[in-house]
Design a protein around this ligand. Structure first.
Ligand SMILES: Cc1cc2nc3c(=O)[nH]c(=O)nc-3n(C[C@H](O)[C@H](O)[C@H](O)COP(=O)(O)OP(=O)(O)OC[C@H]3O[C@@H](n4cnc5c(N)ncnc54)[C@H](O)[C@@H]3O)c2cc1C
Length: 404
């Protein structure tokens, strides 16, 4: 009988796992994707929606198209609980699904409610509700101090992932640069100073000195301020308040909220002390060998990046395929930070850095080429329903950056 592989979550990690399984297993296994959303969200496109008013449909594609393309099954439902001993998945509406292998790719909850005053006075870019909401706010924005930053990340202690306080500051960088363009075009730049804040001691703590200096220089050129070791306590109509007792006049607060793991996973007994899924470097759960985790919910995924989610999805698929008798080599978990921040006038800064993972690459690519790469990736990803560009394109990029 065919083995049943269930993937929970059709975002970057889940969709990458599915494509990889199709390539490795075809229809020799039964593959099922469960997600309560009808579409996959390409989050790196959301700053364009929030700051440039791009149509939200450019940042998502129908999940059923991606699943159908592979000939697999989509169940559009919310998972409420998992019983890892019985290998059962309990759905919110009452159904029960069995699995032989389970891949957890649920991402994380963006915990906006953890910030007092956020509902009325806080803004964000992290999903397809918040990004269009920020764009609507910007239409009536008359100027005033702008603050942008993220809430701290709480990691667990079962796996040896980097200890970072900020889960992902790329979007902070991108949004501040794009906002600068927005307020300049609107003629309110003088009355609207932008300040970035970080919960960590160092802004962009996940990259090396070269990249940090490069980003710092662009911030100086753009006149963007920086405050560090700041965790937001609350926002109101006039101020932003931090946990260290400081507060600043603020007309627009844009916050990446806490990346909080879903409670149903800890209630199912699957998580580490911080609520993330502990795995080895083949993405296999430390306690349940038939369970895998990829993407933001994985304790190994630090910082939280789509690039790392897809890498993990590919590894998980290879590991499962090997378990099921396919002769295949499991790729190594060699993460890197790859992030492209758009700026004004079709410019962008691409960051490629692996020094956090004891690598040697720590570089940036500035200008139109980086902008075009982001546009090219998004077009390819959406047009091909979540299929990643061929691996050789990243290999070529890395070779080029090494020589640069
Ligand atoms: C504004 C922004 C810009 C970014 N830019 C970059 C970038 O330039 N480069 C980069 O590498 N990364 C970037 N990232 C990070 C990247 O988007 C995330 O790391 C990535 O989306 C994580 O993928 P995932 O598969 O783990 O989770 P997600 O993409 O969040 O997908 C999780 C899926 O699981 C589903 N799900 C959750 N719970 C359940 C449940 N109980 N039942 C059923 N389904 C469920 C959800 O509906 C969702 O579809 C950015 C993030 C943001 C917010």
């Amino acid at each position: 009988m065919k083995k049943r592989i269930v993937i929970i979550g059709g975002g970057f990690g889940g969709i990458a796992t599915m494509y990889s399984l199709k390539k490795l297993m075809g229809h020799t296994a039964e593959v099922v994707l469960i997600d309560y959303r009808g579409n996959t969200l390409n989050k790196p496109r959301l700053p364009d929606v929030a700051i440039r008013g791009e149509n939200i449909e450019h940042a998502r594609f129908l999940m059923r198209d991606a699943v159908k393309k592979n000939g697999y099954l989509l169940i559009q439902e919310t998972v409420a609980k998992i019983d890892p001993k019985e290998k059962k998945i309990y759905l919110h509406e009452g159904g029960i699904e069995n699995y032989d292998y389970l891949v957890l790719a649920t991402g994380v909850e963006k915990h906006y409610k953890g910030i007092e005053g956020f509902t009325d006075y806080g803004y964000s870019v992290c999903d397809d509700i918040q990004a269009p909401r920020l764009w609507r706010k910007l239409q009536s924005f008359k100027g005033g101090p702008i603050f942008i930053g993220s809430m701290p990340y709480k990691s667990g202690n079962r796996v040896a992932a980097p200890k970072l306080l900020a889960p992902c500051e790329g979007p902070v960088g991108e949004v501040m640069f794009m906002l600068k363009e927005f307020i300049t075009k609107k003629g309110i730049a003088d009355s609207s100073p932008i300040t970035a804040f970080s919960p960590a001691k160092i802004f962009f703590e996940d990259v090396g000195d070269y990249v940090r200096q490069n980003v710092g220089n662009i911030m100086k050129e753009e006149g963007i301020g920086l405050i560090t070791e700041k965790t937001v306590l609350k926002v109101d109509a006039e101020n932003i308040y931090f946990k260290d007792g400081t507060s600043y006049p603020c007309a627009l607060a844009i916050i990446l909220p806490e990346y909080r793991p879903y409670e149903f996973l800890s209630e199912s007994g699957l998580t580490d002390d911080a609520g993330f899924i502990p795995t080895d470097e083949q993405m296999r759960h430390l306690d349940f060998p038939e369970i895998f985790a990829v993407g933001d919910i994985s304790a190994l995924s630090v910082p939280k990046l789509g690039h790392i989610a897809t890498l993990q999805g590919n590894i998980a698929a290879h590991t499962i395929a090997k378990d099921l008798g396919k002769a295949t080599a499991i790729p190594k978990f060699e993460p890197a930070i790859l992030c492209i921040m758009e700026r004004a006038n079709m410019n962008a800064t691409m960051i490629y850095s692996d020094v956090l993972f004891k690598g040697k690459m720590d570089t940036t690519l500035n200008g139109f080429a980086a902008y075009f790469m982001k546009w090219g990736f998004d077009f390819y990803y959406n047009f091909n329903r979540g299929k990643m560009p061929p691996a050789f394109t990243e290999d070529l990029l890395v070779k080029y950056l090494e020589k640069k």
